[in-house]
Design a protein around this ligand. Structure first.
Ligand code: GDP
Length: 295
């Protein structure tokens, strides 16, 4: 994760560490390279601009600390800026509401929605919740089967959707069934398409207004870089999402999406997918991510 970005930033810092005392020129040269490294990592240019300005303001306004070398101090500043950019603290799933609550997963086909629904059910169960999986993608019968299989594998109940049902009706009936089964948290696996289209957004909006989920998570593939950011923005404009799950962070994602999403959409990344296995979902912590990026 972030290998190239980490390598590049570290080589900038190494050069700075060679200087006993940092001058404005050293900082300006260093920042130019930080900027290049971020752009190459597919970070949105507006975000790069904001970040570089923030690092510069912090660096120039700061007293030299006795305990740190100037180079270490720059690393600390960049770390703080990155953390702030990604939202400072981990934001939990919003489950506040009358039980059973519903969490809606939305996103394009192949982004990892169904897998994430399974992963979230594992995570929720660990915290004492009783999850209930709901396949609401009636256009791809294979998606319904995939979730039913996951449920069997994990021993999590799954609503018995069929492809001839209306997705809104599925979600409504599933809530009643979940309550009967003694479950408190529905995970709605909605339909995906290859591209964003109006019919899909209409359907998702209908589910949202009828079912009133306490959280809507946009599942996006980190490997798609800026596309993931644009997708998050479009879904947020239509659905007012609660947060993002960034999947496939174990691949050679260059880091751009992780760094840009909060700043561009105003919505937090809540979880990251770090592998295909059902245990491979992590809470997203901006400070830990910043430290990972800085190696
Ligand atoms: P959906 O169409 O959005 O429901 O996507 P799926 O859940 O079917 O996932 C599409 C593919 O991505 C599958 O092969 C998953 O195993 C894979 N996948 C999902 N999340 C991750 C992840 O975090 N890391 C990796 N490496 N693969 C993932």
């Amino acid at each position: 994760m972030f290998d190239t970005l980490s390598d590049k930033l570290n080589s900038v810092f190494k050069q700075l560490k060679g200087h006993g005392k940092l001058s404005e020129k050293n900082i300006a040269d260093g920042l130019r390279e930080v900027r290049m490294a971020l752009l190459e990592a597919d970070v949105h240019y507006q975000v790069v601009k904001k970040l570089v300005a923030d690092i510069k303001a912090r660096a120039l306004g700061q007293e030299v600390m006795g305990s740190l070398t100037p180079g270490q101090q720059v690393v600390k500043i960049v770390n703080e800026s990155l953390t702030q950019l990604m939202g400072e603290t981990h934001e939990e799933l919003n489950l506040a509401g009358e039980k059973p609550v519903a969490v809606m997963l939305v996103g394009l086909q192949g982004s990892g929605k169904t897998t994430t629904a399974g992963k979230l059910s594992v995570m929720l169960r660990k915290t004492g919740k009783q999850p209930y999986l709901v396949p609401a993608d009636v256009y791809r019968p294979a998606a319904i089967d995939q979730l039913k299989k996951l449920g069997t594998q994990l021993d999590v109940p799954v609503f018995d959707s069929t492809p001839d049902m209306d997705p809104v009706k599925i979600c409504q009936e599933a809530r009643v069934a979940a309550q009967k089964a003694g479950c408190d948290t529905l995970l709605l696996d909605t339909a995906g398409r290859l591209h964003i289209d109006d019919a899909l957004m209409e359907e998702l909006s209908r589910i949202r207004t009828t079912v009133r989920p306490t959280d809507i998570l946009l599942v996006a593939d980190a490997m798609t870089g800026q596309d993931a950011v644009n997708i998050a923005k479009t879904f947020d404009e239509r659905l007012d999402i609660g947060g993002v799950v960034l999947t496939k962070m174990d691949g050679d994602a260059r880091g751009g999406a992780a760094l840009s999403i909060r700043s561009i959409t105003g919505k937090p990344i809540k979880f990251i997918g770090v592998g295909e296995k059902l245990s491979e979902l992590e809470a997203f912590h901006p400070d830990r991510m910043a430290s990972r990026i800085l190696g």
